[in-house]
Design a protein around this ligand. Sequence first.
Ligand SMILES: NC(=O)c1ccc[n+]([C@@H]2O[C@H](COP(=O)([O-])OP(=O)(O)OC[C@H]3O[C@@H](n4cnc5c(N)ncnc54)[C@H](OP(=O)(O)O)[C@@H]3O)[C@@H](O)[C@H]2O)c1
Length: 321
Amino acid sequence: MRAAIVDELGRTPRLGQRPDPVERAGHTLVRVTAAALNPVDLHIASGTHPAGAPAGPFVPGVEGVGTVVAGGTLPAGTRVRVAVPGGLVDGTLAEYVLAPDQTCVPLPDGLDDDLAAAVGVVGVSALLALRDEAALRPGESVLVLGATGGLGQALVATARALGAGRVVAAGRNADRLKALGATADATLTLPSAPDAPPTTAEELAAIGGPVDVVADLLWGPHAALAATALRPGGRWVNLGQTAGGHARLDAAVLRHLRLRLSGFSAAALPPARVVAAYQEVATLAADGTLPLSVTPYPLDGVADAWTAQAASPGTKLVLRP
Ligand SMILES: NC(=O)c1ccc[n+]([C@@H]2O[C@H](COP(=O)([O-])OP(=O)(O)OC[C@H]3O[C@@H](n4cnc5c(N)ncnc54)[C@H](OP(=O)(O)O)[C@@H]3O)[C@@H](O)[C@H]2O)c1
């Protein structure tokens, strides 16, 4: 079969040939029609991911959609979304993938394959981080720190879908923030230089004042903003660290505002919880409630897509085998 192949850790994938997967118990053979690219794919392929370093050559890709060919509990021809630890086993950036049966979710009618692939990891993470981890209630306000990428766009749209009263999108790219204007109530352009002055009280007032929940995928120098943008008793969920793994926080702010800081990782979820969440996300996506910018590439464009993902594309990249 044709597949994206990483020859050794740290290398950009190339299109090549890989043996077809061999059917085995507990697994469903799926012909892939669309597979999303995620930052975690590059992380695994770098060899520094905590889950382990793949031995090359390997096929990346942790999620995808396609049609059942054989095996499993669903009839052949069923459109499904699947998840695998791509790289550590042969992943979804290939014509076929062998996925554990318990990760296969039938897709609703009306949801096209590209969007179904794109909303997987980011949609599930956004839903569970906001609703379950942050316990967001209808009418509450949300600030998304890092709103312009795939996960950020999903967080903004999901906050809206969960009934948030005010959704603020923050990021360093003013043009990309403007494009979120339809789903966000306000935007906040973050300083791009690490030593730039912090966001001012006037800027916070301009976005409507303090918020109930911060969903943060940036950390680094922007973490301090979360601490000043939350109301007393506010909840702050960290999902990533694209701006840096370390932050300076004044512990007094946590205590005096009685803030609750927690972390969320979709990678730590049991498959059944991911499946249930994906079903909800797919329904939202099918009815247009979860709009994401999606850019498809043919599988033979995998090297270009990989390079674009490394540079923060501002859109969900999807490979079509
Ligand atoms: N915890 C979880 O369950 C979970 C789930 C999915 C993803 N993640 C993690 O969340 C992060 C974002 O994922 P994604 O899919 O949204 O990636 P993405 O589409 O590549 O988006 C990256 C985002 O980070 C911003 N960014 C990157 N470097 C920055 C910097 N130095 N300063 C400020 N902003 C910066 C980008 O802003 P620009 O648009 O301005 O470039 C963009 O908004 C990744 O670390 C990913 O591994 C975590």
